[in-house]
Design a protein around this ligand. Structure first.
Ligand code: FAD
Length: 411
């Protein structure tokens, strides 16, 4: 039989897809998740924010995540030349979890997907969505089962596109729109870090963001894992990266050598894995949802990795979309623009202010200010911890104006 039916079809079993599926399943909605790969599979995006733990809790996955032995994370640290500052996510304005994890995404995404499956969700691995046809009330996906190489049709009342950088519906329905941000690239790898032998003090419980000493829009991430390895990456515009070796691993080591403290921290590191480059990842869409479908996480807008907001936005989008979808499935009218897109954009726009402020230098003034007012620091810390939807926080409600004023004070 090559024509099947479900209430909700979800494209992709990454964090947004797995969480959305579990939340719908809790409400007895019939869901099928189509995932083109087998898990575990590699994904970039390894440092989580505490706010995503709130959605993981709702999806009843927190015990499984806690049991998986990931590196505990309680904050973010920043270094620019000789200035080091740290934000402790437990000391923040908004209520909610103050700690989270740094995760190898292959394992993490598998933990979430396996939990969704244990709760009763059907996940079909190696099922690739190739085409979509949106009708008035139902839509039809064309799916290839990569194992049998058979193609079938899956009819659904609603589609959640959780395909991440696969961007399935934006491609198939011509929804792509250029990002407001310039093209940047990241070169990254996993190293066996031996940081404890480097002679430099280091807090493994925080992501470390280091600014390049002379090019302040170039930055490095160092994300320690629980097994003695770190994810290491550099982000820059392509013209900057073009000055270094064509071999990515060599280029990464050359750029790391220019940041003295990072270079010392990694002086004993083994670069035992290949490095990879990813570029042009910032993306946007014409709209995020209609009565037929909603775009979750990276299938919608993706900004920039500097504040590790990707997985949190992905999970938050799943939660918002499921709430709207449950109303629609119950027969109520849903205004997807208001009830989903605008809600989600509150947080995305807060992060946009912070990302733009990071590259313009405004936010770096705030972050590296040595004598911050504790209450203000808690409000900024809340956003860095992922609580970017809390409109009680003035730095969310008026993110641009507040950040500009604060940057002037810190100048
Ligand atoms: P994904 O996790 O990408 O999952 C999508 C799934 O859909 C995949 O499993 C894929 O196989 C499947 N799929 C794709 N196409 C199809 C198809 N046709 N049919 C069926 N299935 C399909 N985020 C953070 O939170 N912290 C970080 O530190 C961080 N660092 C980053 C660094 C860089 C350089 C970049 C570029 C991003 C970073 N991110 C980070 C962002 C993060 O990678 C993403 O935001 C996150 O993975 C999005 O999750 P998702 O559920 O939307 O999609």
């Amino acid at each position: 039989n090559n024509r099947q039916r479900t209430q909700v079809a979800i494209i992709g079993a990454g964090p947004s897809g797995a969480v959305a599926a579990a939340l719908l399943n809790q409400h007895k909605v019939d869901v099928v998740v189509l995932e083109k790969k087998t898990f575990p599979r590699f994904s970039i995006g390894e440092s989580l924010l505490p706010a995503c733990m709130e959605v993981i809790k709702k999806a009843n996955m927190v015990d499984a995540v806690n049991a998986a032995d990931f590196q505990y994370k309680n904050g973010a640290a920043f270094r620019r030349r000789d200035t080091y500052t740290a934000f402790d996510f437990r000391d923040k304005f908004t209520d909610g979890a103050g700690t989270t994890f740094q995760v190898q995404r292959g394992n993490f995404d598998k933990v979430l997907a396996d939990e969704a499956a244990k709760q009763g969700v059907e996940i079909r691995y190696q099922h690739n969505v190739e085409a979509v046809d949106c009708g008035d009330t139902t839509s039809v996906l064309t799916v290839r089962d990569e194992v049998s190489d058979q193609v079938y049709q899956l009819e659904a009342d609603f589609i959640l596109d959780a395909s991440g950088f696969g961007r399935v519906l934006p491609r198939l329905l011509d929804l792509e729109q250029p990002s407001c941000l310039p093209v940047r690239h990241a070169i990254f790898t996993h190293v066996v870090d031996h940081i404890e032998d480097s002679g430099v003090a280091h807090d493994r419980e925080k992501i470390l963001i280091s600014v390049h000493p002379t090019n302040e829009d170039v930055w490095f991430w160092l994300i320690p894992f629980s097994n003695g390895t770190c994810s290491l990456g550099v982000v820059a515009e392509p013209a900057f990266l073009a000055q270094y070796d064509v071999d990515e691993k060599t280029a990464l080591q050359q750029i790391v050598a220019e940041e003295p403290t990072l270079n010392k921290l990694l002086s004993k590191a083994e670069y035992s894995n290949p490095a990879a480059q990813i570029g042009g990842y910032s993306a946007n869409v014409k709209h995020l949802a209609t009565n037929n479908y909603a775009l979750l996480g990276n299938a919608g807008e993706f900004l920039d990795p500097v504040f590790s907001s990707g997985v949190t936005i992905a999970m938050q989008s799943a939660d918002f979309a499921v709430n709207a979808l449950l109303k629609q499935l119950a027969g109520d009218e849903v205004n997807w623009q208001q009830d989903y897109a605008e809600k989600l954009m509150v947080g995305v726009n807060t992060f946009r202010t912070y990302v733009e402020g990071w590259y313009s230098g405004e936010l770096q003034k705030v972050i590296f200010y040595t004598d911050p007012e504790p209450k203000i620091k808690q409000m900024v810390c809340s956003i860095l911890a992922g609580y970017a939807w809390d409109q009680n926080n003035p730095f969310v409600a008026q993110s641009e104006r507040r950040l500009r004023t604060l940057a002037e004070i810190c100048s």
